[in-house]
Write a protein that binds this ligand. Structure first.
Ligand SMILES: [Zn+2]
Length: 169
């Protein structure tokens, strides 16, 4: 990108320098957060993108693992878990939401997971597709590649999900 000026501390993509809001613990550059906001706005405005929306939220969260605070650790673990379910055990959306509630009850047992060195696709690559006919396909690809980028922790997440879904509350 020719107007590349600063690397996002989360996803590593390069953006122009901007001044603007960012999320309190999913550390990102302001330009990255703005593009994510535009992506979400396109999804809120289209009921057909409801399923896509959940993938976007999970994918962005695990590309911005944040400050190693307890809430950041839990956010990454929960979103990775839901991302795993959507990649490996695709069920009806309601089922995924019910599972997420159950995960929430077990989030205190999640550990810090060292994020990948880099990500294959970032929200910067999503920008040209926002609100267009390829929006859903682009997000699915972004989600699948991001889950693959986290391969070092796949077994940890699968085991954690198994424990969380089989142990008593
Ligand atoms: Zn970013």
């Amino acid at each position: 990108m020719s107007n590349c000026r600063e690397l996002c501390p989360g996803c590593g993509a390069c953006f122009p320098i901007e001044v603007g809001p960012v999320h309190p613990y999913m550390t990102s550059s302001p330009a990255c957060w703005r593009i994510y906001g535009a992506l979400l706005a396109a999804e809120y405005g289209d009921a057909a993108l409801m399923y896509t929306h959940r993938l976007s939220v999970d994918t962005y969260a695990v590309q911005h693992p944040g400050d190693r605070s307890r809430r950041a650790i839990q956010s990454v673990g929960l979103h990775l878990s839901r991302l795993m379910l959507q990649q490996e055990k695709e069920g009806p959306p309601e089922e995924t939401n019910a599972v997420m509630l159950r995960f929430g009850a077990h989030k205190a047992s999640l550990d810090w997971l060292e994020p990948p060195q880099s990500f294959s696709i970032t929200v910067a690559d999503m920008e040209p597709f926002i609100g267009g006919p390829q929006h859903a396909d682009a997000v699915r690809d972004w989600a699948a590649k991001t889950w693959a980028d986290w391969h070092a922790h796949h077994d940890y997440i699968r085991e954690w999900v198994k424990a969380a879904t089989t142990s008593p509350d």
